[in-house]
Design a protein around this ligand. Sequence first.
Ligand SMILES: C[S@@+](CC[C@H](N)C(=O)[O-])C[C@H]1O[C@@H](n2cnc3c(N)ncnc32)[C@H](O)[C@@H]1O
Length: 399
Amino acid sequence: MTAVPDIDTTAADLRHKLADQLAGHGWLRSPQWRAAVEAVPRHEFVRRFYRETDAPGLTTWTPVTADLVGVGEWLQQAYTDDTLITQFDGREIDWSEPKPISGAHPTSSSTLPSLVVRMLEDLQVHDAMAVLEIGTGTGYSTALMCHRLGAQNVTSVETDPDVADRAREALNRCGYSPRLVIGDGLAGAPEGGPYDRVIATCGVRNIPQTWVEQTRPGGLILATLRGWMRSLGLVRLTVGHDGHAEGRIIAEEPSFMIARQQDAPESLGMLPAPDEGSTRTTPHGPDLLSMSDSGFLAQLAMPNARFFTMPADNGTPHTYVLDATNNAFAVLTPADGNEWTVRQGGPIALWDELERSLATWHTAGSPAPTEFGITVTPTRQAIWLRSPEGPSWTLPDQT
Ligand SMILES: C[S@@+](CC[C@H](N)C(=O)[O-])C[C@H]1O[C@@H](n2cnc3c(N)ncnc32)[C@H](O)[C@@H]1O
């Protein structure tokens, strides 16, 4: 008879394989973070989770626990390089009779390990540095930092009390007791500061001034910037003096769920009346908003806008671009040939803003997002192209 390996042995083996995989792709680069990935039992942080089902159509998530799929399969899935969802729509999941979920909005998760370790590597920590994490989630990334830096050097803030409680239990089960704060991480955590590093695992529309104030001069802030239309990428800033910080977009792909306090207002507001605004033709149609390069520019040029398309009574598609803060609007409809008609109104001509930004970007040779940088001061936050003196776009206010 062959002995069945126990959970600890199987999990250690799976961690080793995961570490190999992450190192093979270049995400895991240093022996210290590799040791953390090999030591921290991710399965303790994801005893129950939902995983996205690979099927066309409406996104659907399937529940996974050891009881539902068997211990072996649950462990395998806990150590895949995948995001494991632990909460939808800000509400706790009813695990008494778990069923597949679709049409929901994930609000907490264990982020895919490749992104977690890549960000931890990008954080450029040294032994015993003090780190502030925003978005504890399951606590897995918090545990990696505790292993690497010592729990006494780690503070983590989670806005959702139920999520925070589960993370605390899992961390304690694994023998880690960092400072855990329940609250809005946009306020930072002054009691544990000053910090050498701040890392956010929820997206933000701007860099909270509190993070700059709570970081030592020379310290780093790593976060994904995002808007209500899309992500702007991962930024790393070096903190200076008097509330100043500056840095670059270091990667364009990562995208995190937005900080709950900065989510878009539920209501889209009033649709403009059919006779409102002034009309012109444009070669630029609504595709600009969803294509990767121009979508990035659109997010910069219209930081408070959202868009959607719906057919008018005669079936013609109308794309509405609406600014949530000042009632500015642009409505696009197909015109003759390859042209579009745009009708704009309100205090800002949104489509003019976008076209101006696109022209600037084309003139500069269509640079990638990683050629953009960010400057934060107490009075303005701006994204600039190639240098702080170059063309720039103001990020939304800290409201
Ligand atoms: C992607 S998950 C975190 C992943 C986590 N670091 C892990 O490894 O499991 C993002 C978390 O940020 C939390 N969050 C959202 N807005 C927040 C805020 N303003 N302050 C603190 N946490 C926030 C969410 O509740 C969610 O748990």
